[in-house]
Structures are given as C-alpha cells and as structure tokens.
Design a protein around this ligand. Structure first.
Ligand code: G3P
Length: 217
C-alpha cells in the first residue's frame, strides 16, 4: 500500500514529502486551477521536479487522437509524469495507443468495477476509483475498490488500483483493507491520518513529568 497526495499545491507537496509517507502526486484540472502557476505545463514540470515518484497530470481533450497528442506532450515534460485519461471509449483507445508507446497512464473517473476492468484490459497502469463521489451519490464507494481488487487478483491483471476522492482517514484504512495499491489523499486528510488526541496528551504528560524530574535536581 502506498500513499499519493492529491493536490497541486507545492507547499502541501513539500510538507507531505518531508513526513516521508508520500510517494507520488495526483492532480486534476480543478486542483491545478487553485494554484498560481503561469500555465499548466509549468505546474506539471515544477511538481514533477519535487517528487521522485509518479506525478499524475490529466489531459483535457476528449477525442482519442487529441488525447494521445496531449499525453505525449505531458509525458515529455518529465520522466515521472503519468497521464490521466478519463474513462470513455476514446479514452480507452488512447490508453491502448499510449501503452504501445510506453507512456504511463492512469484511467480516471472510474465509478464501477466494470469500468475498472475495461481500464485494465486497455492496458492502463493505474485505475482511479472515485470513492467519495460514489458515497456522495448514495453508493458504497469502497465496494467498487473491493470488487476491483478481487477481479484484478483473480485474473492476474497488473493495473494498480488507486482509491481516489478520499474524504477522511477511515477511507484510507478501508482502502488498505480492500487491497488498494494506492490511496491518493488530500493534504487535510493526510494530516488527520497522523493525528490522535491521545498522542498529543501523551506528549504533554511526558513533558510535564520531565519538567518535574528536572526541577527536582
Ligand atoms: O483523485 C481524485 C480527486 O481529485 C477527486 O476528489 O474530492 O473532487 O471527489 P474529489
């Protein structure tokens, strides 16, 4: 199980990398639009330089040839770029072509196990299941992660499963138990994952006791 950070904020990426628990980054157009980069390519280049692991950047085009063209440009920006492609018929055709060209792909906006299977059969390196958005729509998002990992395991499909659209720490724990290869997590959730009130209380008590011990000397 690995953790990626789901953000385009250099500040958040830097801090998360410092904690030593994050091995990649996922972005999407919404996340990049929140930051002050001169343009999209500058954003991808600068994020890719901060991280050794995969940096996921999404294409905007919807037609196969245009997606492939865009993906080639994104992949040329840095060796660790993974191209995010939406799960559509044209998207899958693009993934097939990019796989032939050895450009890494992450099929995104996956909302069912059937779609995960399609992504894997097209040759995607990663499939991103949007757990939180499924929950929002009244479905159990994690069930799609469970079904996807079961199908991939049973049939020896090598596509890595990313639990995406993560909203809280329990999503990460459940994704780990469901066998997801990766959970991509917003910075706020990453911070919540580390925190526990008993840890803070424990530190406070140790410090108070230590002050007493050193005061007695
Ligand atoms: O990784 C996918 C993620 O960016 C979508 O999250 O919170 O917009 O559903 P959210």
């Amino acid at each position: 199980m690995r953790l990626f950070i789901d953000t385009a904020s250099p500040k958040e990426i830097e801090e998360a990398m410092r904690w030593g628990v994050v091995s990649g980054v996922t972005t999407n157009p919404t996340l990049v639009a929140r930051e002050r980069f001169p343009d999209f390519h500058a954003a991808v280049r600068s994020i890719a330089a901060m991280v050794d692991g995969p940096v996921n950047a999404e294409v905007i085009a919807l037609e196969c040839e245009a997606m492939v063209e865009e993906a080639r440009v994104l992949a040329g920006l840095a060796p660790n770029v993974v191209v995010k492609i939406p799960l559509t018929p044209d998207g899958l055709a693009a993934v097939r072509q990019l796989t032939r060209e050895e450009i890494a792909t992450n099929v995104t906006l996956v909302f069912s196990a059937a779609q995960s299977l399609m992504a894997a059969l097209a040759g995607a390196d990663y499939a991103s299941v949007f757990v939180g958005r499924l929950d929002d729509a009244g479905h159990e998002g994690m069930e799609v992660v469970r079904q996807t990992t079961a199908i991939f395991d049973r049939h020896g499909l090598e596509t890595a499963v990313i639990a995406a659209s993560i909203r809280h720490p329990l999503h990460v724990v459940e994704a780990a138990l469901a066998g997801a290869d990766i959970a991509t997590v917003p910075f706020a959730v990453l911070r919540q994952l580390l925190r526990h009130p008993l840890t803070d209380l424990g530190i406070e008590r140790f410090l108070a006791d230590w002050r007493q011990v050193s005061g007695n000397r």
